[in-house]
Design a protein around this ligand. Structure first.
Ligand code: ATP
Length: 259
């Protein structure tokens, strides 16, 4: 029996006025996999991801997490359910330290004095936790976890954002163009990080226009076209030019797992 998807969607529709961004789109993320989502500009990839992480509410269709129907009114609800999204424009606070960024809104506190509502932040425990999570993902090239995020390179920032997503019990991590703004060396580290997160058993949705990166790390590739899933291909049995031809409509999906 094949395993059940951890996150799936059926028949998602999202209209913006006369534009149909999602036209009965389906989606399946299997446990432990890296699923790349690719498609031409305007194909509806961002809208699909936003629907999955609660940033837009679909007009129709159903989303299931661990087999149970879910409806997220806001990204915070999706995050609490275990769907962590790391956007290209990272939601990090540049002027705060790495530790503070990792804990934003989830700070650890010391036990309170009986009868007192005040509980001091437990900086020691937070720093130890941050150090442990960063080193688990091979990110300890970051020397000083008290340094502010604005002093980090683009790849290191991406690393902190991914470590934060992986640290807090996420069931699914969505990465939106994680290598788009990075140089060759930094991109390489982020790709290694993606494989490290997968090795820890957390499935990843990777939205990217970078075909070599997609083909390097993805287990399966969801091709999105004209607001819906066209097909899912295996990068081991398809070439990059096949994928581009499918994406642009130059080729029809045959031999692919039809959607
Ligand atoms: N907030 C919005 N208001 C109006 N139209 C929108 C909005 N968001 C997306 N669209 C439209 O929906 C369609 C799908 O857009 P979407 O951003 O999901 O595509 P995409 O595949 O992510 O594209 P790209 O690769 O260029 O980022 C486009 O025609 C876009 O103009």
């Amino acid at each position: 029996m094949s395993p059940e998807p951890i996150l799936s969607a059926r028949g998602l529709v999202k209209r913006y006025g006369k534009v149909t961004a999602l036209d009965h789109a389906d989606f399946d993320l299997m446990p432990g996999e890296i699923l790349a989502v690719i498609g031409d500009n305007g194909a509806g990839k961002s809208t699909l991801i936003k629907a999955l992480c609660g940033a837009v509410q679909p007009d129709a269709g159903e989303i299931r997490l661990d087999g149970a129907p879910v409806r997220f009114a806001a990204p915070m609800q999706a995050q609490e359910a275990g769907i962590a999204t790391v956007y290209q424009s990272l939601a990090l606070s540049p002027a705060l330290s790495i530790v503070d960024n990792m804990f934003m809104g989830r700070e650890l506190r010391k036990p309170g004095i009986a009868g007192s509502l005040f509980r001091a932040l437990d900086h020691g425990r937070m720093r130890a936790f941050a150090r442990e999570k960063l080193s688990e993902l091979g990110l300890m090239t970051i020397q000083n976890i008290d340094q502010t995020v604005e002093t980090l390179s683009g790849g290191q920032r991406q690393g902190v954002a991914v470590a934060r997503a992986a640290a807090f019990g996420s069931k699914v991590i969505i990465l939106d163009e994680p290598t788009a703004a990075l140089g060759v060396k930094e991109s390489r580290r982020v790709l290694e990080l993606i494989l490290d997160v997968k090795a820890r058993g957390i499935p990843i949705i990777l939205i990217s226009h970078n075909m070599p990166h997609v083909f390097e790390v993805a287990d399966r590739i969801h091709i999105h076209r004209l607001g819906r899933r066209l097909c899912v291909i295996d990068p081991k049995s398809h070439s990059m030019s096949d994928a581009v031809a499918l994406m642009t409509g130059a080729k029809a999906p045959e031999g692919a797992e039809a959607a």
